[in-house]
Design a protein around this ligand. Structure first.
Ligand SMILES: [Zn+2]
Length: 360
């Protein structure tokens, strides 16, 4: 039994497994970035799903190291100046708000807020000293600290805490979100933007940047609902971005390849170096070039980013649920703080590590 790194339920099921050697070959081919060393000598990587909260995560849960991100950060898309979730988040920032951004990078959201003309007080957290220097040159306050450390001395301080494209890089998901909640004032808003597992990217294969060690967890809309209950927060809204014009080709391309596999009644692995995948790319490329032109705002599906807005209650309704994992002393029944009980199964397993990043 594998324990969920968010809700601690012990009933993770394997959705798909693939050889780490195949993943390593994919990263070497696309980015000249070997990754096999990051998985502790393991041969196989598995995408897991928590039956309780619907979190998807990879076992072993290993993120990228400095070498890996040093390779990626030279790519032109690494520090994107504007993310669509900034637009989605803006209505949540009342004039005069104290805003904390976790994984701020060089402070693009801070500059977006400045340009919006909305007065605010901004603090960013990141692990990159290079990003901090770039932000400082623009007068933006970025601290090199984890949210867990920062929240210990900044409890109940912020009106809004946001993390854009960060949670999918984090190993300690639960302590990360607990710390975000701790830093919020009662009634404050937690804004989480992640790649959506309910978008077309969940059907994409050979999409290295949605795979470990870059992205190590995946989030459905259903998970946000469970997360609100477990964290004792109110889920106000879940909003998907529209398919961005520069993703229209990729949308058609990936769906065409998926359809070809379906027609051939073949399973489509997440990482696939077989001849069939190479062959399927030819019609997918042609159809992508042709059909993408017909997609516009009126007939596009939603894009690959989702923003969830949570509100911290003015007074705790019952406190967060610490664990819904089984242990022998409870015979599978664990009392919730409000006196309810849930029945779960499984053993516990510690997953250690920490991550906080500003990666796209
Ligand atoms: Zn879970």
């Amino acid at each position: 039994m594998v324990v969920c790194p968010f809700c601690s339920a012990g009933n993770g099921v394997v959705l798909e497994s693939f050889p780490i050697a195949d993943l390593d070959a994919l990263y070497r081919r696309l980015y000249k970035a070997p990754v096999a060393r990051l998985f502790g000598g393991r041969d196989v990587l598995s995408l897991m799903r928590c039956v309780e909260c619907d979190l998807r995560w990879y076992e072993p849960m290993a993120g990228g190291d400095e070498d890996f991100y040093n390779t990626l950060q030279h790519k032109p898309w690494y520090y994107v100046d504007h993310k669509h979730e900034f637009d989605l988040a803006l209505p949540c920032i009342e004039p005069g708000s104290a805003v904390l951004e976790v994984g701020s990078g060089k402070g693009n959201f801070a500059r977006f807020l400045q340009n919006s003309g909305r007065p605010h007080r901004y603090t960013g957290l990141d692990f990159s000293s290079q990003a901090q220097r770039m932000a400082a040159s623009n007068g933006i306050d970025i601290r090199i600290q984890s949210i867990q450390e920062f929240a210990d001395s900044h409890s109940d301080v912020y009106d809004v805490v946001c993390a854009f494209q960060v949670l999918e890089h984090v190993v300690e998901i639960r302590s990360f979100l607990n710390a975000v909640a701790q830093a919020l004032k009662p009634g404050g808003l937690m804004l989480i933007a992640v790649p959506s597992e309910d978008s077309y990217i969940s059907q994409s294969n050979n999409l290295a940047l949605n795979l470990p060690p870059h992205h190590i967890s995946r989030y459905t809309d259903r998970w946000f609902t469970h997360a609100a209950t477990i964290l004792d927060m109110e889920l106000l809204r879940v909003e998907h971005d529209p398919l961005q014009p520069h993703h229209r080709f990729d949308y058609i391309y990936q769906l065409t390849i998926a359809s070809i596999y379906k027609l051939m009644r073949r399973r489509r692995p997440m990482v696939d170096h077989r001849w069939m995948n190479w062959l399927a790319r030819i019609p997918a490329f042609m159809l992508g070039k042709f059909l993408a032109q017909g997609l516009g705002p009126h007939n596009s599906p939603h894009g690959h980013t989702v923003l969830a807005v949570f509100r911290k209650p003015l007074a705790p309704t019952r406190g967060p649920i610490e664990t819904i994992a089984n242990n022998d002393s409870t015979n599978g029944e664990v009392s919730l703080p409000n006196g309810d009980a849930t029945t779960t199964k499984g053993d516990s397993m510690n997953i250690e590590g920490n991550a906080q990043a500003s990666h796209a």
